[in-house]
Structure formats: C-alpha cells, structure tokens
Design a protein around this ligand. Sequence first.
Ligand SMILES: [Ca+2]
Length: 489
Amino acid sequence: MHVRPVFLAGLWALFLATVPASSFATEPPQRGIENEPEATDQSGGRPENLASEADEPVRSASDRRAGAARPDIVLIVADDLGWGDLSCYGAEDIRSPNLDRLAEQGQRWTHFYANCCVCSPTRASILTGCYPDRVGVPGVIRTHAENSWGKLTPGVPTLPGLLSDAGYQTAAVGKWHLGLEAGDHPLDRGFDFFQGFLGDMMDDYFNHLRHGNNYMRYNRRQINPAGHATSLFAQWACNAVNRMAAEDRPYFLYLAFNAPHTPIQPPAQALQAVQQRLPGLTAKRARLVALIEDLDAAVGRVLSAISATRRDTIVVFVSDNGGDLNAGANNGPLRHGKGSKYEGGLRVPAIFHWPGHIAGGQTCTAVGVTMDLLPTLCSIAGADCPDSIDGMPLNRWLADAQAASPPREIYFVRREGGMAYCGLTIEALRHGDWKLVHNLPTQQFELFDLAADPLEQHDRAAAAPQRLRELKSLLMRHIQAGGRVPWQP
Ligand SMILES: [Ca+2]
C-alpha cells in the first residue's frame, strides 16, 4: 500500500487553494458559455442518469447555432499522467511550460476525475458521456479475448458522431484502445479520419508493436511509420489541424497520446536534458520526467499549429487515469495510483483553454469527471445531446470557476482478470464529500469523509454504519444498471 505522509496534505492544500488570478490577466467570460442555473441536490441518487434536464437545462441546438459561431474543439488525452506530474500541478522536478501556459491562460481543475482507474473505461466515458459499464466497457479491452473485459455497445452515440451531425469535421489521432473488432474502428464510431494506434498499449515507443503486431493505421490502412510515438502523434495532429482548418466548417480533433504510459521510453535527447538538469534524480524517475517533458513539448507543437490557424478554438487537456506508481509517477499526496479506486488512481489533471470565453488564471475546485466532457462540448458546439447520458455539462464553472458546486454522486467501476480479480470488480462511489471504496474483490468496503480526510487515511465504515448502508445501496443500484449491458462481443 502506497501512503504518502499526511503532513504533506497541508502544503498541498495551501498550493491548491492558491488561485493564481493575481498573476495573470483575467478576462470576463464572453459569448459561448452560458451561466446555467445551479443543479438541485442530487443526493437522492439516480445511478442511471445523474444529469437530468431538470437539473441542467441546456438550450436547444438550433437556438445555440443561431446565436454564436461554433469553435473548433481539440481534446487532448494523456495516458497515465498523474495528478501531480505537471509543474502547474505542483511537480518540482518537471518542466511542462506548454501545459503550464495552457493552465495560466485557461482554467485548471483540482478535483477532476477519470471515470476509471484504467484506460479503456475512461476512454469509453469520454466518447459516450456515460458510465463505462453502461456502454459495455467495465474493464480494459485487450487484444487477447481471454483477458479482455469490454465491448463498446454497438450503435451507442459518440461525441464525434454527435458533433458530425452538427456539422463538424472530426478526426482521431493517437491511441484508440476501444476495440479491434469489426465495427469498433474509429471510422465506425463516428470519426471521419483516424491516424494512430488501434491497440491497447505499445511494447515499444519506437517500433510501435504490441505482441509483435502492428496496429498503426492511416484510416483503415496499416502503416509502418518511423519515429517516437509521441512525435508521430503530434505531427499527425498538426497535419489534421492544418487540413481541417482549411475548410469553412468547424472541426473536432481527439488527440490521445500514449505517453506517459509504460514502457517508459523517452527520446534520448529529452532524457539527457533531464539528467543534466537534475543529476540527483533516480534513473527511473528521470525517464518518466523526460517522457512527460517530451509529451509537453509535443503538446506545444500542436498548440502552435492551432494558434497559427487564428480560429476560435477550445482546447481541453485531461489524463485517462492516475499515474502508475510502479513507473515512478507522482500523484501528489493522493493515496495510491493507477489501477486503484483511491484518489490517486482517479483524480487527474484537467485544463480548459478557450481565449475570450474562459477567463485565464482560474483554478476550479468543483467536482468534474471525464463523462462530463461530452455534454459540455456538445453544448458549446450546439450539438444535440442524448437524454440517456450520465455526464453533466460543466459550462457553469467554465463561465465562473467559483460557481456553487452542489453535491453530486459519481460511480467508479472496474472489471479485471488476473489472480487478484479473477474477472470480479472493484468499485467506488463519491457521494457529496463521502466516498465508498471497494478496492479489491477480497477487501471490505471502506468509507471516507473526503472533506475531513481528503487523503483517505481514516476508514469511517465502523463509525458511520447508516451512511455506509446508504452508499452501498446506491452502489448496488448502479451495479444492476451496468449489469444489464453486455460487455463481451
Ligand atoms: Ca491509461
């Protein structure tokens, strides 16, 4: 069990509470984001659909299209980037000037969650706006059927499909990880264009193979490009931006890097720079720092390409789960990391950047989750959003980072194989400030009061039996809802 010293909590709380508004020019929110009414208290529990229309009225798509130009949308997803592993999130050994600038000019979220502590389920939530087990992806989709734990529901509405219906060009670049079967290709899931890696993870950043197979594709065609995956994905993203920006229609680019997922293979030049700057760093940490700094540089090249188009563009940056402690990741003081339902496995960096629309230099402490991105971006784009989704639009906080944040409930699930799980599941439920955690199939439920105990050090299950029963009952309802959805092909 990885537990960071409790005394660090005070320092981090101080850091996170420091809103750097005085350091940056603040701009008033302008057109494009509506100040929406506050949601009602959701503590009654609606495991199938948290964001009812009554809570979060969103204007009709036709109303929005008539009123405002629609921005280009770029959604950048990092792979296994820990909550504390950017300098703008407190890392002292990392230089991430491009993402730091994005945060300085935009809005940085401190309590943003990935829907799951591992890859595929979170990606499913991003692209569908739903809990991953409600769209057939409770676990990792792998290239071997005997250890694959998801199948994205055929025909489920997706973010690129909804934006395409609203007139957007759409492109996916980078890691896919949502299936290799017929019908699962990005082009079958709503994207007009795909250039990237179809599989789950690469065994090597330079030859891009997985179990000896080549999953690199240009649309459906197998390709064999030379170079480090991070640089390739950045270049392909720049190409896609330049191509789509030549059209009159707005575009949506989904850019999913595989960095800094294992294997931790930074380019030699990036590693050398880190070793020279920080000779005391362990070899393991130096490799991860270099891989993250190389990712930051790649993001910088994409941001430059976007800037050069001089088009109205919203950029969102997020990670798909917490940092991998075995790889030397830094999740700040949060408990545990990737693969865990403690905060270190679920809380991730999240940055929203939209000049002229989102005031710069803001820190938002509201609770958000990756399934919220679909309704948020659909709202901004004037795209229709299905009633069946579970996420809620975050627009009110993009307009005002200090807007009231009513309590909400968020369920986290994961189905997994291996001897620790044997196909069983682990779960968590954040309900207001309380969190129910079942972090191993063989483990008892734990209960934490995140307001008093944000680092999950003091199990309150025995001391608060009524609260424990309430949250377990809610969790059972969610498990029933997810259990109705097939997750095998
Ligand atoms: Ca991941």
